[in-house]
Design a protein around this ligand. Structure first.
Ligand code: ZN
Length: 163
C-alpha cells in the first residue's frame, strides 16, 4: 500500500532560528543517558517518556526518529525524520512570520529588535499556534511547499494586533 507518509517533506527554511549545531565547540550537551541506545550525555533530547513521573526516560534524537518511524508506519527513515521535523518547524515558521510582520510594521530590521520584544512576540505566537486544533496543525505540517504553508499561517494571524 502506498502511503502519503512515504513522501520526504522538504525542510522548512528558517531565517532567524538557528538549528543547534551539535558539533560546535561551545555546544553544551545534556547530561541525560538515552534509555534505548544508552548514549551518555545525549546532545539534544529527542523525546521523553513518563516525563512527569519519578523516573522519566530520555531518548536521543536518532532513537526518537526510530520510534516515530515505527509508531507511524513510515517506509523510510528519511521520510519519518522529515515529517517529525515539521512538527517543530511549522511552529518556528509561524513565529518567524509574526516577527517579520512586526519588523515590517515598525520599519526596522531584525537586529533592531529588542530581546524583550522578541520574547513577547514569541510567546504570543506560541499561544496562537497552540490554540490551533491538532487536525489543523497536522494539515499544515503535511503541506510540501513552504510558500503554501506561509500563506495559510498568515491567514491565522491576519487580524492579530502586534503593537
Ligand atoms: Zn539513543
Amino acid at each position: 500500500m502506498k502511503s502519503y507518509k512515504n513522501i520526504v517533506l522538504p525542510e522548512i527554511k528558517l531565517k532567524y532560528f538557528k538549528r543547534p549545531d551539535i558539533n560546535a565547540p561551545d555546544f553544551s550537551r545534556t547530561n541525560y543517558i538515552c534509555a534505548k541506545c544508552l548514549m551518555i550525555d545525549i546532545p539534544t533530547v529527542g523525546s521523553v517518556y513518563d516525563g512527569y513521573s519519578d523516573n522519566p526516560k530520555y531518548f536521543c534524537e536518532d532513537c526518537a526518529i526510530d520510534a516515530y518511524m515505527k509508531d507511524y508506519d513510515f517506509k523510510t527513515r528519511e521520510a519519518a525524520a522529515s515529517w517529525r521535523r515539521r512538527f517543530f518547524d511549522v511552529g518556528y515558521l509561524f513565529n518567524e512570520l509574526i516577527i517579520e510582520r512586526y519588523l515590517q510594521e515598525k520599519g526596522i530590521v531584525f537586529n533592531q529588535l529588542s530581546n524583550e520584544k522578541w520574547e513577547q512576540l514569541s510567546n504570543m505566537s506560541r499561544d496562537i499556534y497552540n490554540s490551533l486544533s491538532k487536525k489543523k496543525k497536522s494539515i499544515l505540517e503535511s503541506i510540501p511547499e513552504q510558500s503554501t504553508i506561509e500563506g495559510e499561517l498568515k491567514k491565522v494571524f491576519k487580524k492579530v494586533k502586534l503593537m
